[in-house]
Write a protein that binds this ligand. Structure first.
Ligand code: A3P
Length: 318
């Protein structure tokens, strides 16, 4: 079975219609399922994934809340595991030159929005690399407990995440309109009523699990990757069982995956992987602390307060 041919029975539609609904920003309906908020169209694929996916021991699942460094992580993992540079490799041998990273590592539940046919999720050659934005709670048991499948999680400080989300959704949903009021966007974010929200619960669940099982789940932070890219990328490669053999390799991967390089590739300037989402929209400023340019002291405090109350009693600090 495949995620795309996700079942479509009346019983499922009835189930969907009964879920609590809310408005995200001023345009889109989102539904609450298993304690999280999702676009209605993604719930069935997520359920199919949860109930039918059979993990292999050498699978790697990448996970992230939206706008926390997904594109970067996908690019890095592709270079480390699928397409390492060889001595005389040319630009055209580079998987990142041919396609946007989101094409080669699909976001499982969003595959229904893909603009291009792609290989069947289940019959891809080993080692398989996938991505999801789904919370830990709704991952298939096969991934969590019944296989050696590894999970790499990336997250980012909440203030930069909300600013990145705000820019992204303004560009996708409101291209010719005034930006959505930032105070309202922060309100949605802090209430958890946004795609894959609440952000804070998402992060905390994976954090706690990574503390219990560090060999199963690698927990990365965007800020750490920016601060110590070599150290973090080495850690990632070792976790994936592909440690680098020399410093040159590390530098090569970092260069191949740099924002400046990816942004300027034709495939990212002109292409699109998901309907309505130009590849160029995945690349913006990529700096830590951009929130300082947007958030008033009141909005900063609102986010800090939410983070403190959610993370209280855990050793997590974002
Ligand atoms: P900003 O909006 O703060 O610039 P995601 O990939 O999860 O959608 O996250 C998007 C964020 O990652 C954006 O942040 C984007 O600029 C940044 N980004 C994308 N590619 C990157 C790369 N190769 N290196 C560093 N940051 C990158």
């Amino acid at each position: 079975s495949s995620i795309q041919s996700s079942h479509n029975s009346q019983a499922d539609d009835a189930f969907l219609n009964e879920l609590p609904r809310a408005r995200f920003w001023d345009g889109m309906d989102i539904c609450q399922w298993e304690g999280g908020w999702f676009e209605p169209g993604l719930i069935k694929p997520a359920m199919t994934f949860k109930t039918t996916f059979e993990a292999h021991n050498d699978d790697v699942l990448l996970v992230s809340p939206p706008k926390t460094g997904t594109t970067w992580l996908k690019a890095l993992c592709l270079c480390i595991t699928q397409n390492p540079s060889t001595e005389n490799a040319t630009e055209t041998d580079d998987i990142l030159v041919k396609e946007n990273p989101h094409f080669n590592i699909q976001t499982i539940e969003s595959m229904i929005y893909s603009t291009k046919p792609h290989p069947d999720l289940y019959s891809a050659p080993s080692p398989r690399l996938f991505h999801t934005h789904l919370p830990y709670k709704v991952l298939p048991d096969s991934i969590k407990n019944n296989s050696d499948c590894k999970i790499v999680y990336i997250t980012r400080n909440p203030k930069d995440t909300i600013i990145s989300l705000w820019h992204f959704f303004n560009s996708i949903f409101r291209p010719n309109l005034e930006p959505f009021p930032l105070e309202k966007a922060v309100e949605c974010f802090c209430n958890g009523v946004h795609q894959y929200g609440p952000f804070f619960d998402h992060v905390l669940e994976y954090w706690l699990e990574s503390q219990k099982r560090p060999n199963k789940i690698l927990f990365l932070r965007y800020e750490e990757l920016k601060r110590d890219p070599k150290g973090e990328v080495k850690k990632l490669a070792s976790f994936l069982g592909k440690p680098f053999v020399n410093e040159e390799e590390v530098e090569k991967v970092l260069w191949r995956c740099s924002l400046e390089r990816l942004r300027n590739l034709d495939v990212n300037k002109n292409g699109s992987i998901l309907y309505g989402v130009p590849n160029s929209s995945y690349f913006r400023r990529g700096v830590v602390g951009d929130w300082k340019n947007y958030l008033s002291p009141e909005l900063q405090e609102q986010i800090n307060r939410t983070a403190r109350s959610k993370f209280e009693g855990s050793s997590l600090d974002l």
